[in-house]
Design a protein around this ligand. Structure first.
Ligand SMILES: NC(=O)c1ccc[n+]([C@@H]2O[C@H](COP(=O)([O-])OP(=O)(O)OC[C@H]3O[C@@H](n4cnc5c(N)ncnc54)[C@H](OP(=O)(O)O)[C@@H]3O)[C@@H](O)[C@H]2O)c1
Length: 268
């Protein structure tokens, strides 16, 4: 597993998301444990969550258990209400042993006040780095404004061969400002990973050690050096492990990336 940096943290290039996949009832905790441990064992030691994902933070907090120190936790605060935000932050800290490595403002909701609150937590030593996320390109003007405040260490944005809007201004700005970039939705929420491709479609990617379409999609994102970490979500332990293997590299050259874009979209 290769690593990149976000500020002073060394982060694995493949982490794991928890939206839907770890929002599971108590009876499914053993499966959640297996998914989480498979990811950690394979080197996917950054776990992304949010209070928006129902039970996921609590479930992944329990799954980490004694292994909390092996993981980097990226979670979020997501509410318009200032008091509720403090409750969410307290709850997250409690799930993750009193410290969160990367605390993000989810979908930029009330971002000025949320960053004030998170900065206080950083001063108190409860949070290492601050970030902001948005999933929609219509919000990228506002994301740029937040990035330019100098208050962030990292952003989280969608990036896959069907969602490339960040290439226009967000990725160049992140590079200029030295911000880490986490990739959400590397499989387009799942539908992109489910395409059936022939062995001959994938054959030109063999020189990069790629033999499956999901791996191709993860390596496609990671081959842009501005990307720090990709966070695919899965409800299957074996996929947590195979997704992690994409973090070994090697990375694609421009022709390899264009080939994957053609397979995904039918054009360059
Ligand atoms: N606004 C925000 O801040 C925001 C928005 C969206 C996402 N996120 C974060 O980004 C993470 C990832 O995004 P996402 O969960 O929306 O979408 P995603 O990671 O692009 O796709 C997840 C889907 O891909 C499938 N999958 C995973 N590994 C696979 C493999 N090897 N082969 C085939 N299918 C595979 C999973 O199905 P199985 O369960 O069947 O494996 C799951 O349904 C989220 O979990 C969340 O942490 C943040």
């Amino acid at each position: 597993m290769q690593h990149r940096r976000i500020a002073h943290l060394s982060v694995p290039v493949v982490g794991m998301g928890t939206s839907r996949t770890l929002d599971v009832p108590k009876g499914s905790q053993p499966l959640a444990d297996r998914i989480t441990h498979a990811a950690l064992d394979a080197g996917s030691t950054l776990i992304d969550s949010s209070p928006m994902y129902g039970r996921a933070e609590a479930v992944v907090g329990r799954a980490l258990g004694e292994r909390r120190k092996d993981a980097l936790v990226a979670t979020k605060v997501w509410t318009e209400d200032d008091e509720e935000a403090q409750h969410q932050i307290e709850a997250s800290l409690a799930y993750f042993g009193g410290h969160v490595e990367l605390f993000q403002v989810h979908n930029l909701v009330a971002w000025r006040t949320r960053l004030d609150q998170l900065e206080s937590r950083r001063e108190a030593g409860q949070v290492s780095l601050l970030g902001a996320t948005h999933w929609k390109s219509a919000a990228f003007d506002e994301l740029e404004t937040v990035m330019r405040t100098g208050r962030l260490d990292a952003i989280q944005i969608p990036y896959n061969p069907l969602e490339r809007e960040v290439e226009a201004r967000i990725l160049p700005l992140a590079e200029e400002l030295g911000l880490g970039v986490l990739v959400m939705r590397p499989f387009g929420g799942g539908q992109l990973a489910n395409r059936h491709l022939s062995a001959s479609d994938l054959e030109p990617l063999a020189q990069f050690g790629i033999s499956s379409w999901p791996a191709a999609l993860l390596v496609w994102g990671l081959s842009d050096p501005r990307i720090s970490c990709t966070i695919p979500a899965t409800s299957k332990p074996d996929r947590a492990q195979t997704n992690a293997a994409a973090g070994d590299g090697p990375w694609l050259d421009p022709d390899g990336r264009r080939h994957i874009q053609r397979l995904a979209t039918g054009s360059d």
